[in-house]
Design a protein around this ligand. Sequence first.
Ligand SMILES: Nc1nc2c(ncn2[C@@H]2O[C@H](COP(=O)(O)OP(=O)(O)OP(=O)(O)O)[C@@H](O)[C@H]2O)c(=O)[nH]1
Ligand SMILES: [Mg+2]
Length: 212
Amino acid sequence: MVNLGLLGAVSVGKTTLLRLFVSYINKQKLEKLENGRKCVIVKTDFSGEATLPQEASEKKETKTIHPNRVVFRDESENKAHTIFAPGGDKQRAVVKMGIITISRISSHIVVIFAMDRSIEEQFQFFQDVRFFPKKIYVSLNKCDLMKGTAPQKEKTINKWKEQISNYFAKRRIEIAGFFQTVGENLEGMEEFNDNAAAMILKIITTSSGPKK
Ligand SMILES: Nc1nc2c(ncn2[C@@H]2O[C@H](COP(=O)(O)OP(=O)(O)OP(=O)(O)O)[C@@H](O)[C@H]2O)c(=O)[nH]1
Ligand SMILES: [Mg+2]
């Protein structure tokens, strides 16, 4: 059994990625991916989500207060795994408690960055999150919102990869893999949606070890 935590600054898309993964299982899309396999949802808990007041929300409609959680079973190995997505607003003590708890109990972590805003501000989030495994995975999310030509985007992606690797290397944390993802179901972005679902599946299936 794997406990996977999705961590990142406010609004980078943690909850959306978790919901996308659930939809890939429910729509039988996960098993059709390369190296895909059949999984079933055991339990979903999105009760940690709070609706934001209209005027304060701009585009964002909800915000995570308590960690959201999904339990699913890999049918091929008959093993259950849990994915946790706490909130990102560390300023709120209750949200911060969720982040610390999830970072402690997760054997595997995906750190999520949104490609449509400053990287420095997103590093701030990780400043005092102490309990990390030695190897983590990185999702470069909201790829659809990147501006510029294809070569410019590639350059930005490479620069971010380097900056993120360096940032975590200082803490002796190695990046086991980068994934370019889109969590929102958007037309033309199916490949990046697939990447997001495949990322979670890959981390879990390569980590869950031999059948006991
Ligand atoms: N364009 C685009 N929008 C996205 C993507 N992922 C999430 N969003 C939007 O970004 C906003 C924030 O998404 P959430 O999933 O709530 O982000 P979060 O990281 O869970 O937020 P907190 O838990 O409150 O920190 C929502 O309006 C989503 O619809 C993406 O890949 N592309
Ligand atoms: Mg959230």
